[in-house]
Write a protein that binds this ligand. Structure first.
Ligand code: FES
Length: 576
């Protein structure tokens, strides 16, 4: 075991590696050949969704001890989606570097990743894949559904509350009461937002035990799962089952199809692409592209009736049978023989699963909605792709042509969205217009914030209209909804055609034909491009400077170009 490279040494080196660990009170026999299981903890009071992780880590440790392993917990950078500025996505790659180097540089044989709030899952999985020692995931679990004024609420209601507040239909006191009512328990967002999407992703990929995705954070069975994961991780080391043996092309295809049936977040694409990229030489057979998401999702109906595409909460999915029940229903489309981290196949893991609530998990014969997943658009506005989530959009807007109303960046949008001049200019704004937001891409913002589902102008909301076509190179919260085109690539900051859109240009969105077209001739676009001036980003030093020089475009997962692939688990130099 690689931990013996530290603890199994004789002489001065072994003394150094063991002695300082013994200041924690570990007896000598713990160092004699026991599998060392690192517990990679993203606990932080600044990541409220993960604030219960110290207690959960204790359950993991109990399992490791019980199975004859030696658990060692360590912290890594934690990203609180709703706290960290300017956007957690700016730091996903940084956190993944912390995870990668922390795992490789330390005396651990296997690792359990404690993931919860949105970016804490992909950052940890990306880092672990680049090392490729036996790895399991324990997610923190969703919050219990909120309760407000007699009804269930979750994060998706925030967008509705924001509109009501803007229109004076909700008082400040009600708004504050709703905050406490929504976040009433430990855990991450209670809807099928990005955190739940990521938890389902790791379960679908086979990196966690069954039910990891849906057991509520407040349910004691979450601790049982953590304990069992600790036990299994010790066996995993003995078996040498590493992520590269699990994360095959089949596993990725399963994850894409299951995400489609769940109505998962559009952020899923960015993170799965980045994870696939980290498998490097191990994962040559994965070779994932944006088109895989569209092709594989196209045959999958929406089975889960969960917010934001439906009505219910992730907690309800657990009570209805959990992800295994949904996977069992979807098995005719899936690769049932894909191996998972408990040593069983995906098919074996759900063989006993039952659906207890067809209102929450529908059947293939009678799906909740016929269309699911994430549609990938092409056209002169997005030569390298853009995405839209049809299940969260307005069916009548799936084929729509409208005049562009352009905002040069998010500050311009905030300044002018409710300006009466917008409705009175040469191209007056109405509900048929297409809102275009530039410079919120990976490089341009930088960090690709979740602002793509721009709140509509008050003048439009006052007409009772709650959706318009919106286009940007940014992202959308997994809890968001609407006819929102995201991840336009290339982004405007690098001179993509999005940068060339002008007020009044006609844009056609045609989701059935997967097209996004700007009605401007190639000649005129070339003339506009000649006038294009790249943004002055103004980051001369530090991490953000590194970020803007190395971040890839959205269709490549927005990872750093130099992080693609794997460095493995061998430490090349040894100073002791
Ligand atoms: Fe952490 Fe939603 S803010 S999961």
């Amino acid at each position: 075991m690689r931990s013996q490279e530290w603890f199994g040494r004789t002489g001065k080196d072994g003394f150094i590696y063991r002695a300082w660990m013994k200041n924690q009170g570990f007896p000598h026999h713990e160092f004699e050949g026991k599998p060392v299981i690192g517990i990679c903890n993203t606990w932080s009071e600044l990541t409220p969704c993960n604030a219960h992780f110290r207690e959960l880590a204790e359950s993991i440790k109990r399992g490791v001890w019980e199975a004859g392993g030696f658990p060692l917990e360590f912290p890594v950078m934690s990203l609180g989606e709703c706290q960290i500025k300017p956007t957690a996505m700016l730091f996903r790659n940084l956190a993944s570097m912390d995870v990668e180097e922390s795992i490789r540089g330390n005396s651990i044989d296997g690792v359990i990743l404690m993931c919860g709030c949105d970016k804490t899952t992909p950052s940890l999985v990306m880092g672990a894949c680049s090392v490729d020692i036996p790895t399991m995931v324990v997610s923190g679990g969703p919050m219990l559904a909120g309760r407000f004024q007699g009804r269930k609420i979750g994060t998706s209601d925030l967008w509705r509350f924001a509109e009501d507040y803007k229109m004076g239909k909700m008082t400040q006191a009600e708004f504050i009461a709703a905050e406490a009512s929504m976040a009433r328990s430990q855990g991450h967002c209670a809807v099928m937002g990005t955190a739940s999407t990521m938890a389902a992703m790791v379960e679908s990929l086979g990196l966690s035990l069954p039910d990891n995705a849906t057991i509520p954070a407040a349910d004691s069975r979450r601790k049982v799962l953590a304990h069992m994961t600790g036990m299994r991780a010790v066996e995993l080391v003995r078996e040498g089952l590493t992520p590269s043996k699990l994360l095959t092309r089949k596993a990725f295809e399963n994850a894409i199809m299951i995400n489609a049936a769940l109505g998962g977040s559009t952020n899923f694409i960015l993170h799965l692409m980045a994870i696939a990229g980290r498998l490097g030489t191990f994962g040559d057979d994965v070779n994932l592209s944006l088109d895989d998401f569209d092709r594989l999702s196209a045959q999958i109906p929406l089975l889960a009736n969960l917010q934001p595409s439906g009505e219910h909460f992730v907690e309800d999915l657990f009570y209805a049978g959990g992800l295994p029940a949904l996977i069992r229903e979807l098995l005719p489309h899936l690769h049932a023989d894909a191996l998972t981290v408990n040593g069983k196949t995906l098919g074996e893991n759900c063989s006993e699963a039952r659906c207890y609530d067809p209102e929450v998990i529908a059947t293939l014969d009678e799906p909740f909605k016929p269309n699911s997943g994430i549609a990938v658009l092409r056209g002169n506005l997005c030569p390298n792709g853009a995405v839209i989530k049809p299940s969260a959009a307005t069916p009548e807007l799936m084929q729509h042509t409208g005049r562009a109303v352009v905002f040069e960046d998010i500050d311009d949008y905030k300044k002018r969205i409710d300006d009466p001049a917008l409705s009175a200019g040469t191209f007056p704004l109405d509900a048929s217009c297409v809102l275009v937001l530039k410079n919120v891409g990976p490089r341009g913002y930088p960090g690709m914030p979740e602002v793509g589902n721009m709140t509509l102008p008050a003048s439009i909301l006052a007409q009772g209209v709650h959706d318009m076509v919106r286009i940007s190179d940014g992202r959308m919260s997994g809890t968001g909804f609407g006819t929102v085109v995201l991840h336009v690539s290339p982004e405007s900051a690098v001179g993509g055609n999005l940068a060339l859109v002008q007020n009044g240009d006609l844009i056609t969105l045609d989701v059935p034909n997967r097209s996004l077209h700007l009605h401007v001739s190639d000649e005129d676009l070339a003339l506009r491009l000649a006038q294009f001036k790249p943004l002055e980003l103004g980051y001369e030093r530090g991490y953000v400077n590194l970020f803007i020089r190395h971040v890839t475009q959205a269709h490549e997962g927005a990872d750093f170009d130099f992080l693609r692939g794997s460095s493995g688990s061998v430490v090349k130099r040894d100073s002791h």
